[in-house]
Design a protein around this ligand. Structure first.
Ligand code: CMP
Length: 143
């Protein structure tokens, strides 16, 4: 079953958007396979955003991610990687369509509420970076 990694960033948690975001994934029909609130280490944040390490915003991005707790999740379902990206919307909340999470709740690229894996291979890498095998439930939703 296809899986993706979703992180509600410190701004999403502090703005009490956790329930709203989980609701959107549930209503779409995806199945929750892993969930934890965590204070992220600098090492994990740097590894997660390794692909951006030469970008000018890298340090401020890492500082932000470690600044207060995030909610890390694994969602599963057919086509979940691409579909989650649609639910989330464009990276820049000002460019994100209304109806998407970023389009409905954000205006700043550095405070864009949520992260979702951009491809199936990235999802596999990110899930194994953030979750141990025991923290993920392998189950099928029959509803
Ligand atoms: P995310 O989907 O988590 O992937 C990379 C993140 O880098 C992105 O969301 C933004 O939060 C952040 N980002 C991208 N561009 C900028 C920018 N110009 N300034 C600050 N942060 C950025």
């Amino acid at each position: 079953m296809e899986r993706t990694f979703i992180m509600i960033k410190p701004d999403g948690v502090q703005r009490n958007l956790v329930g709203e975001i989980i609701k959107r994934f549930e209503q779409k029909g995806f199945t929750l396979a892993g969930l934890k609130l965590m204070q992220v280490s600098r090492e994990l944040a740097e590894k997660h955003y390794d692909v951006h390490k030469e970008r000018p915003f890298f340090n401020s991005l890492v500082e932000f991610i470690v600044s207060s707790p995030v909610v890390a999740m694994v969602w599963q379902g057919e086509g979940v990687v691409a579909s989650a990206r649609k639910l989330i919307g464009a990276t820049d909340p000002l460019a994100a369509e209304p109806g998407t999470i970023r389009g409905d709740f954000g205006i700043e690229i550095g405070r864009n509420i949520i992260h979702g894996s951009d491809a199936i291979e990235t999802a596999q890498r990110e899930i194994s970076l953030w979750f141990s095998e025991e923290e993920i439930c392998s189950w099928e939703n029959s509803m």
